[in-house]
Design a protein around this ligand. Sequence first.
Ligand code: NAD
Ligand code: TYD
Length: 353
Amino acid sequence: MVRNILITGGAGFIGSHLVRLFVNKYKNYRIINLDNLTYAGNLANLKDVENSPNYVFEKADICDFSAIQSVFDKYAIDSVIHLAAESHVDRSITDPFAFAQTNVIGTLSLLQTARTAWKSFENKLFYHVSTDEVYGSLGKEGFFTETTPYSPHSPYSASKASSDHFVRAFHDTYGLPVLVSNCSNNYGPYQFPEKLIPLFINNILHNKALPVYGKGENVRDWLYVIDHARAIDTIFHGGKTGETYNIGGFNEWKNIDLIRLMIRVTDRFLGRREGESEKLITFVTDRAGHDLRYAIDSGKLKNELGWTPSLQFEEGIEKTVEWYLNNTEWLDSVTSGAYQEYYVKMYGNRTQQ
Ligand code: NAD
Ligand code: TYD
C-alpha cells in the first residue's frame, strides 16, 4: 500500500529514529518530516536518509494552522504520527506557556486539519506519541497500565495529558481514527544533552559536575530509543483504532544506580580508572514536583501485538556511551551558543545541599 505519512518532530530525538526506520523499511511510503527546528530539532540527526527518494522535509510550526493545511494538501497526507512537542520537564517548570502552546494548541491544530482535510476516514490514521508521565507518580509498588487514571504533576505532563484527551475527544466526537501510545523514558543516540543520560555523559567527558536532584532516589523505567521506534511501527500497523498502548521495557533504575553505572562505562571508554568520575556527583536541590517513580506494564502490547524490547539495558548503555564519545562533533555543535545560557540558568543557580 502506498502511503503519505506526516511525521511531526522528525528532527528530534525519537522522531529522527522513527523517520530513519520508516524511510529505510517502507520504500513505498512517502515520509514527510514536519519540524520547525527548535533548539531540540536538528537535521544533522537525519544525514543518512536526507537524500532518500521517499523522504521530504518541511519546516513548519504545528501551531500554524494554514501551514499545516498546505502540507496536507501538497502531499495528500493520509496518516499522521505526531511527535513534535516541547519535551523537557525542567524547561516546562520555567516556561509552562511554551508547553501549552506547542503540546496542546499544536496537537489541536493537527487534529482539526486532519479532520477537515480527510473527506472520508477510511484508510486514515492519526497516531499520537505520548508519555507515561501523564499517569503521575507511583509509590514503591505497582505499574502504570492503560487504565491507570491520569494524574499529571509537571507542566510538561499536564500538557501531554491534555493533548491525549484532545486526541481521544476527536475520536469520540468526530470518529477520527486515532491511536495513542504512552512510553517510558527513552535513551540512545541523538538525545539532546539536557536529559539525564546524554547530559551526564557529556559532563563526565568534560569533567563537569553531575547535578543529581534530591538524593537520587527517583526511579525511571528506561527503553532504548530504537525499541520505541519499533513499537510505534508495530502499533501503527497493527494497533486497534481508538486504543491506547503502553510501551516500556520492564527496566527500572534508581537514578543514583544508573548514574554510577554510566560513570563506570564512560570512565572505561575514556581510559580512566572505573569509578574515577564519581567525584563529579553533586547533590543539588530537588526538582519541584519531582515524580518519585515511573514503571510501565507493557503487557497489552506484548500479548496483543507481539512487541518486546530487543536490547538489554547494560548493552544499550554501552552502545549509547560509545555513540556520544564517538560523536563529540554532534555534542559540541548542539551544546554551543544558546545551550551555555540554558546551562547557567538551570544549574548555575541551584544551591548545593
Ligand atoms: P525532542 O525534544 O528531542 O524533539 C521534539 C521535536 O519537535 C524537535 O525536533 C523540535 O524541533 C520539534 N518541535 C517542537 N515544537 C515544534 C513545533 N511547534 N512545530 C514543529 N516542530 C516542533 O523530543 P523527543 O524526546 O524526541 O520526544 C518526541 C515525542 O515523544 C514527544 O511528543 C514526547 O512527549 C514523547 N515522548 C518522549 C519520551 C522521552 O523519553 N524522550 C518518552 C515518551 C514520550
Ligand atoms: P529526565 O531525563 O529529565 O527525564 P524525566 O524527568 O522526563 O523523567 O530526568 C530523568 C531523571 O533524572 C529524573 O528523575 C530527574 C533526574 N535528573 C537529575 O537528577 N539531574 C539532572 O540534571 C536531570 C536532567 C535529571
